[in-house]
Design a protein around this ligand. Structure first.
Ligand SMILES: C[S@@+](CC[C@H](N)C(=O)[O-])C[C@H]1O[C@@H](n2cnc3c(N)ncnc32)[C@H](O)[C@@H]1O
Length: 346
């Protein structure tokens, strides 16, 4: 299919329409479920029904803003979230994406090549202004508040972050009602930091401005439980994390090689996360292996592909049509991708 036709088809498929719930606001629907209309606000009776841009296997992927999408989902309909949001917010805004695609300016920079390999662009979070940081705090607060009703009690949420910004994201998410449940450390050589002072390399040869970063924080949260863990597991299928095996609990440090070039070729997204890592965390997010996993910042669909590989039902939302199209072709390939035997090493 030509690019233009695919573009048009995706636009048509993601056309959304308004549907008015037949329930009285604040009352359960005729099916007896209280999640059709969950608040006493008359506005809650108006739900926008979203059509997936595409479906593959057990996954549905939507085109749009995840805040809008979340606002229109039924309460208690998602059982776990694994996501890699725009860490600094600005780097995935259209203006910055335009600069990235033109290869000039903005928050994206090309790191120096290493061992003869051209490296992927990385956003510079040290350039964020006070007002960018305030916007970031506000965004994650609103995002977490929009997420909470859509999740079942005890659902875990795993959010990729960056050591310079993770404290702000964690605070905002907790202020919206989540419990912090620690963080998963992805041990990976990121090539960030470790540089000598700019334009004074020779003067200060023994100085490094920031540590060379060899890990990536993935923040772990949980929606408060409905009773004890065992009650919550019985009622909602959530509350804990799935063990690796009966004698191995899920652990919070995971060695992970950077995403390999052959995997990047399947999904050339600037923030592609590797399947070898994602499959471990996506598997863990549903403690009894039942329910729906959401990635509200789906990018090239790598979380969705990991869920497909495992056999979980999943839902993705992506606002950028270019990455949505990438996801449509990448998910089936990433699902079947076989990581090399050293994918766990840094
Ligand atoms: C860091 S990237 C995720 C990349 C993904 N981990 C992968 O492996 O492909 C974040 C993605 O979120 C998308 N995005 C940014 N703001 C969004 C929003 N409000 N709603 C939905 N998607 C959004 C961006 O276009 C971008 O593709």
């Amino acid at each position: 299919m030509s690019q233009l036709k695919l573009d048009l088809e995706l636009r048509l498929q993601s056309h959304r329409f308004a549907a008015i719930s037949t329930s009285t606001p604040g009352q359960p629907s005729s099916s007896g479920e209280s999640n059709v209309v969950s608040t006493s606000s008359a506005e809650a009776a108006l739900r926008v029904v979203w059509c997936p841009a595409f479906e593959v296997g057990r996954a549905s992927v939507f085109h749009g803003d995840c805040l809008e999408w979340l606002a229109n989902q039924s309460d208690n309909s998602i059982h776990g979230v694994v996501t890699d949001p725009p860490y600094g917010l600005v780097e995935y805004q259209p203006e910055q994406q335009h600069k990235l695609r033109r290869g000039r300016g903005g928050v994206w920079r090309i790191p120096p090549s290493f061992d003869g390999h051209r490296r992927s662009p990385v956003p510079r979070f040290t350039t964020l202004t006070a007002s960018d940081l305030k916007a970031l705090d506000g965004f994650f607060k609103v995002w977490a508040a929009a997420l909470i009703p859509v999740l079942v009690p005890g659902a875990h949420v795993l959010v990729a972050s960056n050591p310079l910004l993770s404290h702000r994201v964690a605070l905002s998410v907790c202020q919206s009602g989540f419990e912090r449940r620690g963080e998963v450390v992805r041990l990976v050589m990121t090539m960030r930091g470790g540089d000598r002072p700019k334009n004074a390399h020779n003067e200060f040869p023994d100085v490094t401005v920031m540590p060379r970063s060899k890990w990536e924080p993935w923040l772990l949260f949980r929606k408060p439980l409905d009773g004890r863990v065992q009650d919550n597991l019985r009622k909602w299928g959530t509350g804990g994390l799935r063990r690796v095996s009966s004698d191995r609990p899920f652990a919070d440090v995971i060695a992970s090689a950077p995403t390999r070039p052959d995997e990047r070729r399947l999904a050339p997204h600037p923030s592609l996360k590797p399947q070898a890592f994602l499959r471990q965390v996506v598997r863990a997010i549903l403690p009894i292996g039942e329910g729906v996993v959401l990635d509200p910042f789906a990018g090239s669909g790598s979380t969705i592909a990991a869920a497909e590989h495992i056999g979980y039902e999943s839902v993705g939302v992506e606002s950028d049509l270019h990455y949505l199209q990438m996801a449509q072709s990448a998910i089936p390939m990433l699902k079947d991708y076989e990581p090399s035997s050293d994918a766990g090493s840094r």
